[in-house]
Design a protein around this ligand. Sequence first.
Ligand SMILES: *[C@@H]1O[C@H](CO)[C@@H](O)[C@H](O)[C@H]1NC(C)=O
Ligand SMILES: *[C@@H]1O[C@H](CO)[C@@H](O)[C@H](O)[C@H]1NC(C)=O
Ligand SMILES: *[C@@H]1O[C@H](CO)[C@@H](O)[C@H](O)[C@H]1NC(C)=O
Ligand SMILES: *[C@@H]1O[C@H](CO)[C@@H](O)[C@H](O)[C@H]1NC(C)=O
Ligand SMILES: *[C@@H]1O[C@H](CO)[C@@H](O)[C@H](O)[C@H]1NC(C)=O
Ligand SMILES: *[C@@H]1O[C@H](CO)[C@@H](O)[C@H](O)[C@H]1NC(C)=O
Ligand SMILES: [Zn+2]
Length: 509
Amino acid sequence: MELQRHPVVVTCLLSCFLALGISVPDPRKREELIKLEASMRIGGHLRLSPEEQQVDAQLRKLMQEEMARTDFPPALHFFKARPLIRRSPIYSLLQKMPKGAALHVHDFAMVDVEWLVRNVTYRSHCYMCFTDNHSVRFSFSSGLPKPRLNCSAWTLLEQLRAQTVNVTDLDNGIMSKLTLWTEEDPEIVYPSQDVVWERFEQAFLATFGLVTYAPVFKDYVREGLSQFYRDNVMYVEVRALLPETYELDGSTNSKEWTVKTFQETTRQFVEEHPDFFGARVIATFHRGANVSLVTLAVQEAMKLQAEFPETMAGFDLVGREDTGSPLWLFREALSLPAAQGFNLPYFFHAGETDHEGTEVDQNMLDALLFNTSRIGHGFALLRHPLAKKLSRMNGVAIEVCPISNQVLKLVKDLRNHPAAVLMSEGHPLVISSDDPSMFGASGLSDDFYEAFVGFGGLGNNLGSLKELAMNSIRYSSLPPNLQEKCMSMWQTKWNSFVTENLQGTQAEL
Ligand SMILES: *[C@@H]1O[C@H](CO)[C@@H](O)[C@H](O)[C@H]1NC(C)=O
Ligand SMILES: *[C@@H]1O[C@H](CO)[C@@H](O)[C@H](O)[C@H]1NC(C)=O
Ligand SMILES: *[C@@H]1O[C@H](CO)[C@@H](O)[C@H](O)[C@H]1NC(C)=O
Ligand SMILES: *[C@@H]1O[C@H](CO)[C@@H](O)[C@H](O)[C@H]1NC(C)=O
Ligand SMILES: *[C@@H]1O[C@H](CO)[C@@H](O)[C@H](O)[C@H]1NC(C)=O
Ligand SMILES: *[C@@H]1O[C@H](CO)[C@@H](O)[C@H](O)[C@H]1NC(C)=O
Ligand SMILES: [Zn+2]
């Protein structure tokens, strides 16, 4: 009896609903809404060529496989996710993809620490000492360097290595002082923002003595450009402290020397790699400093900007935002250029915080008041509707650095990063890597992976990637004529990328 009634019930369900006059929403309307919403996201309004559509179809298949994983990399801490990411076919594609520009990278964290240890610390006259709290400092010197406060006696590394049984162990130990990267459980090693920031700053200080040795500085800049170039990045804007550099005899070179060396090294690199566009510098100063020091730094930046207009892009304040002074404290110093009719563009780090409602949480609005060209991080932007509106209206792009925000403990699962929302709305933004060597990342590809896979999944497509790359040129500090030149160079690279991957997909069929 049951068996007989069953089909009757099913027929009745359908016909009875119809009889009751229940109607579902118009599927064409639904289709329209879905399309409208998709068109709002980054890249959503781009029309892909037939060739691009083919690559996109391939990419979509890869993304479906990625989304089906139980160990979905963007949900994991990057230190655990990296081996999975590096094996992902999406990562290989992103590496080959011309990504345009890296607009938020710091000097001293551009070059992987392996190079620092294997190349730099193996040069002669390299001394090292151990600090009270398990960090190290370096100095190159023709004789024994002057004793350093709160650091052990200086040891010549060459001698230390000669007396060490296992030099690989020693080198790995040194490497671990120059980066936050660890094979151990990052949640245990870095239980809080305070701990991770303390270790971060110690690693910077350790790197400082290596990189500010004048001969190393030149090679370091070159190696930095080269690592980004190998990752298919064609242009870099470096946030640079522009420290004085030192020689073996302890004499020092000025900040002008530093900028000049950066400029010359970049020019030479471009000469040797004509498909690399170049690099510019954003002078930075620590936001933990007092008003008089920041005033001096702004004046110094104006001087450098006037002297090296092609290389200098502007000024920024760096360091941990939560413990630094709010931008507003420096309002007079930051108003100096405008008051003198001098154009010093700003590129402020702002909103790199999850402390809502604090003084520091106002930094994004203040940065906009000071006509900032872009906002570094803007992690707190969603909680500031007016800042968000102004940033969108005025085309003040947000520099999103996913891995940095995760390692420095603003967000755990990158699917919950605020930039996922910004991407879905087509907010002006670029993807960057902040301090790749500190996080064990390289170039831009790791951060592009997290943004592409984590901030949107199947909602993203090749158009999203294309627009992100174009944004990085559009929102760069380059003047319009150079932007045009850079964009057309990028377009050529993009076209061959598409063609090559087309051949790739056909070969696989
Ligand atoms: C370090 O790198 C420089 C140039 O980047 C190279 O000339 C030099 O041979 C390298 N030195 C070592 C010890 O690897
Ligand atoms: C390490 O030393 C510095 C200064 O010597 C100090 O400010 C910092 O708090 C110390 N960090 C730890 C973790 O002890
Ligand atoms: C150096 O160590 C001394 C004694 O341990 C301590 O009192 C002082 O604060 C330290 N100085 C710095 C700069 O950390
Ligand atoms: C040195 O240490 C490394 C890493 O701990 C290990 O893999 C290697 O076998 C050791 N080498 C020697 C000669 O003991
Ligand atoms: C600012 O800081 C510097 C370095 O710490 C110090 O020498 C100077 O006295 C400070 N100036 C004021 C006005 O506090
Ligand atoms: C910001 O731009 C406005 C409008 O161009 C200008 O009036 C103002 O002086 C600028 N402010 C600063 C601090 O540069
Ligand atoms: Zn930064």
